[in-house]
Design a binder for this molecule. Structure first.
Ligand SMILES: *[C@@H]1O[C@H](CO)[C@@H](O)[C@H](O)[C@H]1NC(C)=O
Ligand SMILES: *[C@@H]1O[C@H](CO)[C@@H](O)[C@H](O)[C@H]1NC(C)=O
Ligand SMILES: *[C@@H]1O[C@H](CO)[C@@H](O)[C@H](O)[C@H]1NC(C)=O
Ligand SMILES: *[C@@H]1O[C@H](CO)[C@@H](O)[C@H](O)[C@H]1NC(C)=O
Ligand SMILES: *[C@@H]1O[C@H](CO)[C@@H](O)[C@H](O)[C@H]1NC(C)=O
Ligand SMILES: *[C@@H]1O[C@H](CO)[C@@H](O)[C@H](O)[C@H]1NC(C)=O
Ligand SMILES: *[C@@H]1O[C@H](CO)[C@@H](O)[C@H](O)[C@H]1NC(C)=O
Ligand SMILES: *[C@@H]1O[C@H](CO)[C@@H](O)[C@H](O)[C@H]1NC(C)=O
Length: 251
Protein backbone atom coordinates (compact mmCIF):
# COMPACT_ATOMS: atom_id res chain seq x y z
CA UNK A 1 0.00 0.00 0.00
CA UNK A 2 2.71 2.46 0.91
CA UNK A 3 4.22 1.89 -2.53
CA UNK A 4 1.30 3.57 -4.31
CA UNK A 5 2.39 7.11 -3.69
CA UNK A 6 6.00 6.70 -4.88
CA UNK A 7 4.77 4.76 -7.92
CA UNK A 8 2.44 7.63 -8.78
CA UNK A 9 5.28 10.09 -8.40
CA UNK A 10 7.38 7.99 -10.73
CA UNK A 11 4.56 7.88 -13.28
CA UNK A 12 4.24 11.66 -13.21
CA UNK A 13 7.97 12.02 -13.39
CA UNK A 14 8.06 9.89 -16.53
CA UNK A 15 4.92 11.17 -18.23
CA UNK A 16 5.31 14.89 -17.76
CA UNK A 17 8.57 15.08 -19.72
CA UNK A 18 7.04 12.77 -22.35
CA UNK A 19 4.00 15.01 -22.68
CA UNK A 20 6.19 18.08 -22.92
CA UNK A 21 8.32 16.38 -25.55
CA UNK A 22 5.17 15.59 -27.53
CA UNK A 23 3.97 19.20 -27.29
CA UNK A 24 7.39 20.51 -28.24
CA UNK A 25 7.52 18.15 -31.19
CA UNK A 26 4.13 19.39 -32.38
CA UNK A 27 5.25 22.97 -31.98
CA UNK A 28 8.28 22.15 -34.06
CA UNK A 29 6.33 20.50 -36.86
CA UNK A 30 4.00 23.52 -37.00
CA UNK A 31 7.02 25.73 -37.75
CA UNK A 32 6.14 27.88 -40.76
CA UNK A 33 9.57 27.63 -42.38
CA UNK A 34 9.35 25.34 -45.39
CA UNK A 35 10.49 21.81 -44.67
CA UNK A 36 12.42 20.11 -47.46
CA UNK A 37 10.38 17.51 -49.29
CA UNK A 38 11.49 13.93 -49.02
CA UNK A 39 12.09 12.67 -52.52
CA UNK A 40 12.02 9.02 -51.53
CA UNK A 41 8.42 9.04 -50.29
CA UNK A 42 6.05 7.21 -52.65
CA UNK A 43 3.81 10.25 -52.87
CA UNK A 44 1.76 11.18 -55.91
CA UNK A 45 1.15 14.77 -54.81
CA UNK A 46 3.55 17.39 -56.12
CA UNK A 47 5.97 19.28 -53.91
CA UNK A 48 5.24 22.60 -52.29
CA UNK A 49 4.48 25.10 -55.05
CA UNK A 50 6.93 27.89 -55.76
CA UNK A 51 5.88 31.28 -54.48
CA UNK A 52 4.94 33.60 -57.33
CA UNK A 53 4.71 37.38 -57.54
CA UNK A 54 1.66 38.60 -59.35
CA UNK A 55 0.71 42.21 -59.91
CA UNK A 56 -1.84 44.24 -61.79
CA UNK A 57 -1.58 47.83 -62.92
CA UNK A 58 -4.44 50.25 -63.50
CA UNK A 59 -4.95 52.55 -66.50
CA UNK A 60 -2.28 54.96 -65.21
CA UNK A 61 0.35 52.26 -64.85
CA UNK A 62 0.12 52.28 -61.05
CA UNK A 63 0.25 48.91 -59.28
CA UNK A 64 -3.26 48.27 -57.96
CA UNK A 65 -3.01 44.64 -56.86
CA UNK A 66 0.02 42.84 -55.50
CA UNK A 67 0.18 39.19 -54.47
CA UNK A 68 2.98 36.90 -53.33
CA UNK A 69 1.73 33.35 -53.04
CA UNK A 70 2.27 29.68 -53.81
CA UNK A 71 -0.79 28.01 -55.34
CA UNK A 72 -1.79 24.40 -55.73
CA UNK A 73 -4.98 23.27 -57.43
CA UNK A 74 -6.76 20.19 -56.18
CA UNK A 75 -9.32 18.95 -58.66
CA UNK A 76 -11.45 15.88 -58.18
CA UNK A 77 -14.74 14.94 -59.79
CA UNK A 78 -16.67 12.02 -61.15
CA UNK A 79 -16.79 11.91 -64.89
CA UNK A 80 -20.08 10.22 -65.71
CA UNK A 81 -19.36 9.99 -69.44
CA UNK A 82 -16.03 8.31 -68.82
CA UNK A 83 -17.19 6.41 -65.75
CA UNK A 84 -14.23 7.33 -63.56
CA UNK A 85 -13.08 9.62 -60.82
CA UNK A 86 -10.63 12.21 -62.02
CA UNK A 87 -8.19 13.47 -59.43
CA UNK A 88 -5.34 15.86 -59.98
CA UNK A 89 -3.16 18.03 -57.76
CA UNK A 90 -1.16 20.57 -59.75
CA UNK A 91 1.08 23.41 -58.79
CA UNK A 92 0.82 26.81 -60.43
CA UNK A 93 4.34 27.40 -61.77
CA UNK A 94 5.00 31.16 -61.62
CA UNK A 95 7.46 31.36 -64.49
CA UNK A 96 5.01 29.77 -66.91
CA UNK A 97 2.05 31.82 -65.76
CA UNK A 98 0.71 34.94 -67.46
CA UNK A 99 -1.10 37.57 -65.44
CA UNK A 100 -4.00 39.68 -66.62
CA UNK A 101 -6.97 41.36 -65.01
CA UNK A 102 -8.37 44.68 -63.97
CA UNK A 103 -8.84 46.90 -60.95
CA UNK A 104 -11.56 49.36 -60.19
CA UNK A 105 -12.61 51.05 -56.99
CA UNK A 106 -14.66 48.12 -55.65
CA UNK A 107 -13.43 45.10 -57.55
CA UNK A 108 -10.08 43.59 -58.52
CA UNK A 109 -9.86 40.66 -60.92
CA UNK A 110 -6.67 38.64 -61.09
CA UNK A 111 -6.51 36.15 -63.92
CA UNK A 112 -3.69 33.63 -64.09
CA UNK A 113 -3.21 31.73 -67.32
CA UNK A 114 -0.91 28.80 -66.94
CA UNK A 115 0.24 25.50 -68.34
CA UNK A 116 0.40 26.56 -72.00
CA UNK A 117 -2.87 28.54 -71.79
CA UNK A 118 -4.75 25.37 -70.89
CA UNK A 119 -5.80 26.65 -67.45
CA UNK A 120 -7.30 29.96 -66.45
CA UNK A 121 -7.66 30.66 -62.78
CA UNK A 122 -9.53 33.81 -61.82
CA UNK A 123 -9.66 35.49 -58.42
CA UNK A 124 -12.13 38.28 -57.76
CA UNK A 125 -11.59 40.51 -54.73
CA UNK A 126 -14.38 42.78 -53.57
CA UNK A 127 -14.13 45.89 -51.44
CA UNK A 128 -16.98 46.80 -49.14
CA UNK A 129 -16.85 50.60 -49.17
CA UNK A 130 -19.03 50.83 -46.06
CA UNK A 131 -16.83 48.73 -43.78
CA UNK A 132 -13.59 49.33 -45.75
CA UNK A 133 -12.89 45.58 -45.74
CA UNK A 134 -11.97 43.46 -48.71
CA UNK A 135 -12.23 39.72 -49.30
CA UNK A 136 -11.82 37.09 -51.98
CA UNK A 137 -15.40 36.78 -53.20
CA UNK A 138 -15.11 34.67 -56.33
CA UNK A 139 -12.86 32.01 -57.81
CA UNK A 140 -13.29 30.39 -61.18
CA UNK A 141 -11.28 27.90 -63.14
CA UNK A 142 -11.51 27.09 -66.82
CA UNK A 143 -9.13 24.29 -67.58
CA UNK A 144 -8.51 21.44 -69.92
CA UNK A 145 -6.65 18.26 -69.13
CA UNK A 146 -5.42 15.75 -71.68
CA UNK A 147 -7.16 13.01 -69.68
CA UNK A 148 -10.67 14.52 -69.86
CA UNK A 149 -12.98 15.55 -72.66
CA UNK A 150 -14.22 19.13 -72.80
CA UNK A 151 -13.29 22.01 -70.49
CA UNK A 152 -13.49 21.75 -66.73
CA UNK A 153 -15.44 24.81 -65.58
CA UNK A 154 -16.07 25.75 -61.98
CA UNK A 155 -17.09 29.00 -60.40
CA UNK A 156 -18.20 30.11 -56.98
CA UNK A 157 -19.18 33.75 -56.50
CA UNK A 158 -20.18 33.57 -52.86
CA UNK A 159 -16.83 32.97 -51.22
CA UNK A 160 -15.48 34.82 -48.23
CA UNK A 161 -11.74 34.18 -47.94
CA UNK A 162 -8.57 36.26 -47.41
CA UNK A 163 -10.33 39.01 -45.49
CA UNK A 164 -8.41 42.21 -44.90
CA UNK A 165 -8.84 45.92 -44.22
CA UNK A 166 -8.39 48.64 -46.82
CA UNK A 167 -4.78 49.82 -46.82
CA UNK A 168 -3.49 46.64 -45.15
CA UNK A 169 -2.15 43.47 -46.71
CA UNK A 170 -3.47 40.01 -45.86
CA UNK A 171 -0.74 37.62 -44.69
CA UNK A 172 -0.92 33.87 -44.12
CA UNK A 173 2.35 31.95 -43.82
CA UNK A 174 0.65 28.68 -42.98
CA UNK A 175 -0.77 26.44 -45.65
CA UNK A 176 -4.45 27.13 -46.13
CA UNK A 177 -7.12 25.34 -48.14
CA UNK A 178 -9.71 27.43 -49.95
CA UNK A 179 -12.64 25.24 -50.86
CA UNK A 180 -14.25 26.58 -54.01
CA UNK A 181 -16.68 23.78 -54.87
CA UNK A 182 -16.68 20.10 -54.07
CA UNK A 183 -14.66 19.55 -57.26
CA UNK A 184 -12.03 22.24 -56.66
CA UNK A 185 -10.01 23.41 -53.72
CA UNK A 186 -6.92 25.59 -53.74
CA UNK A 187 -4.05 25.13 -51.33
CA UNK A 188 -2.27 28.41 -50.67
CA UNK A 189 1.26 28.75 -49.30
CA UNK A 190 2.91 31.85 -47.82
CA UNK A 191 0.32 34.32 -48.99
CA UNK A 192 0.70 38.07 -48.90
CA UNK A 193 -1.91 39.87 -50.93
CA UNK A 194 -3.32 43.35 -51.19
CA UNK A 195 -6.00 44.01 -53.78
CA UNK A 196 -6.80 47.61 -52.82
CA UNK A 197 -5.15 50.71 -51.36
CA UNK A 198 -1.50 49.99 -52.17
CA UNK A 199 0.91 52.79 -51.39
CA UNK A 200 3.25 53.09 -54.34
CA UNK A 201 4.25 49.55 -55.18
CA UNK A 202 4.44 48.52 -51.52
CA UNK A 203 2.28 46.39 -49.28
CA UNK A 204 0.56 48.12 -46.40
CA UNK A 205 1.03 46.80 -42.85
CA UNK A 206 0.28 43.09 -42.53
CA UNK A 207 -2.86 41.59 -41.06
CA UNK A 208 -1.98 38.06 -39.99
CA UNK A 209 -4.46 35.22 -40.55
CA UNK A 210 -5.89 33.16 -37.66
CA UNK A 211 -3.79 30.09 -38.57
CA UNK A 212 -0.60 32.11 -38.14
CA UNK A 213 -1.76 33.50 -34.82
CA UNK A 214 -2.53 29.97 -33.62
CA UNK A 215 0.92 28.81 -34.74
CA UNK A 216 2.54 31.66 -32.81
CA UNK A 217 0.50 30.72 -29.75
CA UNK A 218 2.04 27.24 -29.45
CA UNK A 219 5.47 28.40 -28.17
CA UNK A 220 3.69 30.63 -25.67
CA UNK A 221 1.56 27.73 -24.40
CA UNK A 222 4.63 25.50 -24.13
CA UNK A 223 6.49 28.21 -22.22
CA UNK A 224 3.57 28.66 -19.85
CA UNK A 225 3.37 24.88 -19.31
CA UNK A 226 7.09 24.75 -18.49
CA UNK A 227 6.77 27.68 -16.09
CA UNK A 228 3.78 25.96 -14.46
CA UNK A 229 5.81 22.77 -14.05
CA UNK A 230 8.64 24.67 -12.38
CA UNK A 231 6.19 26.26 -9.94
CA UNK A 232 4.60 22.86 -9.12
CA UNK A 233 7.99 21.26 -8.47
CA UNK A 234 9.06 24.21 -6.33
CA UNK A 235 5.85 24.15 -4.27
CA UNK A 236 6.09 20.37 -3.84
CA UNK A 237 9.70 20.77 -2.71
CA UNK A 238 8.83 23.51 -0.21
CA UNK A 239 5.90 21.55 1.21
CA UNK A 240 8.05 18.45 1.47
CA UNK A 241 10.79 20.39 3.25
CA UNK A 242 8.33 22.04 5.65
CA UNK A 243 6.76 18.64 6.50
CA UNK A 244 10.04 16.90 7.17
CA UNK A 245 11.14 19.94 9.16
CA UNK A 246 7.90 19.81 11.19
CA UNK A 247 8.47 16.04 11.60
CA UNK A 248 11.87 16.59 13.22
CA UNK A 249 10.45 19.18 15.62
CA UNK A 250 7.79 16.82 17.02
CA UNK A 251 10.33 14.13 17.78
C1 LIG B 1 -5.30 58.18 -63.20
O1 LIG B 1 -4.83 59.24 -62.42
C2 LIG B 1 -5.76 60.33 -62.35
C3 LIG B 1 -5.08 61.47 -61.59
O2 LIG B 1 -4.33 60.97 -60.51
C4 LIG B 1 -7.03 59.86 -61.67
O3 LIG B 1 -7.98 60.90 -61.61
C5 LIG B 1 -7.62 58.71 -62.45
O4 LIG B 1 -8.73 58.17 -61.75
C6 LIG B 1 -6.57 57.60 -62.61
N1 LIG B 1 -7.10 56.58 -63.48
C7 LIG B 1 -7.12 55.31 -63.11
C8 LIG B 1 -7.65 54.35 -64.11
O5 LIG B 1 -6.71 54.94 -62.01
C1 LIG C 1 -7.36 16.98 -52.52
O1 LIG C 1 -8.74 16.90 -52.20
C2 LIG C 1 -9.15 15.65 -51.69
C3 LIG C 1 -10.65 15.73 -51.42
O2 LIG C 1 -11.34 16.35 -52.46
C4 LIG C 1 -8.40 15.32 -50.42
O3 LIG C 1 -8.75 14.06 -49.96
C5 LIG C 1 -6.90 15.38 -50.69
O4 LIG C 1 -6.20 15.19 -49.46
C6 LIG C 1 -6.52 16.71 -51.27
N1 LIG C 1 -5.11 16.71 -51.60
C7 LIG C 1 -4.29 17.74 -51.34
C8 LIG C 1 -2.86 17.57 -51.70
O5 LIG C 1 -4.70 18.78 -50.83
C1 LIG D 1 -18.13 1.77 -64.41
O1 LIG D 1 -16.94 1.07 -64.09
C2 LIG D 1 -17.10 0.01 -63.15
C3 LIG D 1 -15.73 -0.59 -62.85
O2 LIG D 1 -14.73 0.34 -62.92
C4 LIG D 1 -18.06 -1.03 -63.70
O3 LIG D 1 -18.26 -2.05 -62.72
C5 LIG D 1 -19.38 -0.37 -64.07
O4 LIG D 1 -20.22 -1.32 -64.68
C6 LIG D 1 -19.14 0.80 -65.02
N1 LIG D 1 -20.43 1.49 -65.25
C7 LIG D 1 -20.82 1.90 -66.45
C8 LIG D 1 -22.14 2.58 -66.53
O5 LIG D 1 -20.11 1.76 -67.43
C1 LIG E 1 2.18 34.33 -72.03
O1 LIG E 1 1.94 35.32 -73.02
C2 LIG E 1 2.86 35.28 -74.10
C3 LIG E 1 2.54 36.45 -75.03
O2 LIG E 1 1.16 36.68 -75.12
C4 LIG E 1 2.75 33.94 -74.81
O3 LIG E 1 3.71 33.88 -75.86
C5 LIG E 1 3.03 32.83 -73.81
O4 LIG E 1 2.84 31.58 -74.45
C6 LIG E 1 2.10 32.93 -72.63
N1 LIG E 1 2.46 31.96 -71.63
C7 LIG E 1 1.57 31.21 -71.01
C8 LIG E 1 2.10 30.27 -70.00
O5 LIG E 1 0.37 31.30 -71.23
C1 LIG F 1 -7.33 31.63 -70.87
O1 LIG F 1 -7.27 33.00 -71.20
C2 LIG F 1 -6.55 33.28 -72.37
C3 LIG F 1 -6.48 34.77 -72.54
O2 LIG F 1 -7.47 35.41 -71.78
C4 LIG F 1 -7.24 32.59 -73.55
O3 LIG F 1 -6.47 32.82 -74.71
C5 LIG F 1 -7.31 31.10 -73.30
O4 LIG F 1 -8.03 30.47 -74.33
C6 LIG F 1 -7.99 30.82 -71.99
N1 LIG F 1 -7.95 29.40 -71.71
C7 LIG F 1 -8.87 28.79 -70.99
C8 LIG F 1 -8.69 27.33 -70.77
O5 LIG F 1 -9.82 29.41 -70.54
C1 LIG G 1 -20.58 45.93 -46.04
O1 LIG G 1 -20.31 45.93 -44.67
C2 LIG G 1 -21.43 46.34 -43.90
C3 LIG G 1 -20.96 46.47 -42.44
O2 LIG G 1 -20.20 45.36 -42.06
C4 LIG G 1 -22.56 45.33 -44.06
O3 LIG G 1 -23.68 45.70 -43.28
C5 LIG G 1 -22.94 45.25 -45.54
O4 LIG G 1 -23.90 44.24 -45.72
C6 LIG G 1 -21.72 44.97 -46.40
N1 LIG G 1 -22.08 45.12 -47.80
C7 LIG G 1 -21.86 44.18 -48.70
C8 LIG G 1 -22.26 44.49 -50.10
O5 LIG G 1 -21.37 43.09 -48.40
C1 LIG H 1 -12.95 28.21 -71.36
O1 LIG H 1 -11.82 28.03 -72.21
C2 LIG H 1 -12.13 27.65 -73.52
C3 LIG H 1 -10.84 27.36 -74.26
O2 LIG H 1 -9.91 28.37 -74.09
C4 LIG H 1 -12.92 28.79 -74.18
O3 LIG H 1 -13.27 28.46 -75.49
C5 LIG H 1 -14.18 29.06 -73.35
O4 LIG H 1 -14.85 30.19 -73.88
C6 LIG H 1 -13.83 29.32 -71.90
N1 LIG H 1 -15.05 29.42 -71.13
C7 LIG H 1 -15.27 30.37 -70.23
C8 LIG H 1 -16.59 30.33 -69.51
O5 LIG H 1 -14.44 31.24 -69.99
C1 LIG I 1 -19.68 28.29 -52.77
O1 LIG I 1 -19.04 28.63 -51.56
C2 LIG I 1 -19.94 28.71 -50.46
C3 LIG I 1 -19.17 29.24 -49.27
O2 LIG I 1 -17.96 28.54 -49.09
C4 LIG I 1 -20.55 27.35 -50.23
O3 LIG I 1 -21.47 27.42 -49.13
C5 LIG I 1 -21.26 26.89 -51.47
O4 LIG I 1 -21.74 25.57 -51.30
C6 LIG I 1 -20.32 26.92 -52.67
N1 LIG I 1 -21.04 26.64 -53.89
C7 LIG I 1 -20.83 25.55 -54.60
C8 LIG I 1 -21.59 25.44 -55.87
O5 LIG I 1 -20.05 24.68 -54.23
Amino acid sequence: MTRVAPARCLCLGVFLPLMLAAVLHQAHSADPTPTPQTTAAPHKDPERPERGTYQLTDGNGTVCLLAYMGLQLNVSFNSVSENKTFEEVVNVVPKSTNVSGLCDSKKAVLQLTTDGQSKNLTFVFTLNTTSNKYHLSEVSLNATWPAIKGPFLVKNSSLDYLRGSLGYSYVCRQEQTLTVTKELSINTFQVQVQPFGLKGEQFGAAEECQLDEDAMLIPIVVGAALAGLVVIVLVAYLIGRKRSHAGYQTI
